[in-house]
Design a protein around this ligand. Structure first.
Ligand code: EPU
Length: 418
């Protein structure tokens, strides 16, 4: 069991580079199943979830080579693949559900363990299932597994109740090999959706509307393997931007896309930070106490839920009070109980949290319950007086490559203790 020990008070200064997005690469790995042969993904983050997804693909019959040094993963997909994703892997990583669409498209059947809820909420699958029905698959739940089969999928017109990232991906990956034209309305518009669409297009898929609310997919007979560079992780970049603001430092964040972070970066400016961007980097600096700012999480291009805990941490030491509204995951405020252990003043009521800024936090042992809560607690520890010990580091390992070494390089007084 590892912990992170951080002693607050050091401003972070320097440069940091961001690698590919967890929430893209896992889906790109699943999408590789759609074509027989070797697909190579580049700019792959060195995170635990990639290791779990690689193991899942191996169990499906693929051979997977993960070159950590070169940040690449090569997946060799055989003609015949298995169609079952076991509970022991799915329970470790709920994103395993993203093999459902490709398995159905390739083999006409899929058995994927139901991931259940997790620390941030109940996380339904009803939109995935309804869309697959419309595409001509039957989906039932048996002994804890989603069991799907089809005699051949056909194009359909689908409208999502909510622009769900996961459902958009499942239906997209199912539709690319379906007979005829499919339309996904109220589709998610996240940069990770644009990324998977661009990979599928290089594989030979016919998709229009990536990055808009309407995706139109014309099914093709087969797809070819490809090489694809994973889009940079906007949430990791956003976490560094908060770190610079919160610690009163200056960080240049390289290899990122500031246009994917428009609202969070505007919030930081409103809080008093100086933010200057190029196409592929952003510099964030701060030399005063931040002014608290309200936040409302929404699907992209709205404020991302995955930066909500980091911004609560920032608001908790800012001047004034802020209302944070969480519209995506009902349990994401759980982490404020841990932040309270550091002296934060946060009151929650349903999906609202009122954060009253305090002058200082004071270090204490705390427990990370999910990736972003973990990041929020580390940020809080960076400004808390004395030592903060963060437990549950395995959650942070799921989403952040080299987090502690990078923080240390930027000047933080931080150690990972095994
Ligand atoms: N929802 C349903 N039914 C469905 C699908 C979704 O009710 O069939 C609900 C969810 O319960 C949630 C909302 O719709 O309330 C949005 O869920 P969405 O499907 O968009 O999220 P996801 O695909 O499960 C991905 C990321 C999350 C990120 C969200 C929103 C991955 C592996 N996960 O989840 O990332 O917060 O999109 O942007 O891509 C994280 O990285 O820490 C993380 C949780």
């Amino acid at each position: 069991m590892s912990v992170i020990e951080v002693t607050g008070g050091k401003p972070l200064r320097g440069e940091v580079a961001v690698v590919g997005a967890k929430n893209s690469v896992l889906k790109l790995m699943a999408a590789s199943l759609l074509a027989v042969g070797k697909t190579t993904l580049q700019n792959v983050p060195n995170i635990v979830d990639v290791v779990i997804m690689a193991e899942l693909l191996r169990r499906l019959g693929c051979s997977v080579q993960h070159d950590v040094e070169n940040r690449s993963v090569t997946i060799d997909v055989p003609d015949l693949i298995e169609h079952r994703a076991d509970y022991d892997l799915v329970r470790q990583m709920r994103a395993s559900i993203c093999v459902l669409g490709p398995l159905l498209a390739r083999t006409g059947q899929a058995e994927v363990a139901m991931p259940g809820g997790d620390a941030i909420g109940s996380r339904g699958l009803d939109f995935h299932i309804a869309g697959l029905h419309q595409l001509g698959a039957s989906v039932t739940s048996e002994h804890g597994y989603l069991v799907a089969d089809t005699k051949g999928m056909h194009g359909a017109s689908m409208t999502l109740d909510f622009p769900s990232v996961g459902a958009t991906e499942t239906l997209l990956m199912a539709a690319v090999l379906a007979r005829g034209v499919s339309v996904i309305d109220n589709a998610a518009r996240e940069p990770e959706i644009v990324d998977i669409c661009s990979m599928l297009e290089t594989m030979g898929a016919k998709i229009t509307g990536a990055g808009t609310s309407t995706l139109e997919i014309t099914g093709v007979e087969s797809l070819s393997p490809t090489t694809h560079h994973t889009v940079s992780d906007r949430i990791v970049a956003g976490t560094w931007a908060v770190a610079a603001t919160m610690t009163g430092g200056e960080i240049t964040i390289n290899d990122c896309h500031p246009e994917h972070l428009e609202i969070p970066l505007n919030k930081l400016s409103d809080m008093g930070a100086e933010v200057s961007s190029t196409q592929t980097s952003v510099k964030v600096s701060m030399n005063s106490r931040a002014k608290a700012q309200d936040i409302v999480t929404l699907p992209f291009p709205g404020f991302p839920t995955d930066l909500q805990p980091q911004f609560i941490a920032l608001n908790s030491v800012s001047d004034g009070a802020a209302m944070v509204t969480e519209n995506m995951f009902e349990a994401r405020f759980r982490f404020v109980q841990e932040l309270a252990r550091l002296g934060a003043n946060v009151k929650t009521d349903g999906h609202h949290a009122l954060v009253r800024g305090v002058e200082r936090l004071s270090g204490a042992p705390v427990e990370a319950t999910d990736i972003r809560a973990g990041a929020g607690l580390v940020l809080a520890g960076l400004v808390a007086e004395g030592k903060t010990v963060i437990h549950g580091v395995e959650h942070i390992d799921r989403g952040y490559t080299n987090f502690v070494p990078d923080l240390k390089r930027l000047g933080a007084d931080i150690e990972r203790v095994d």
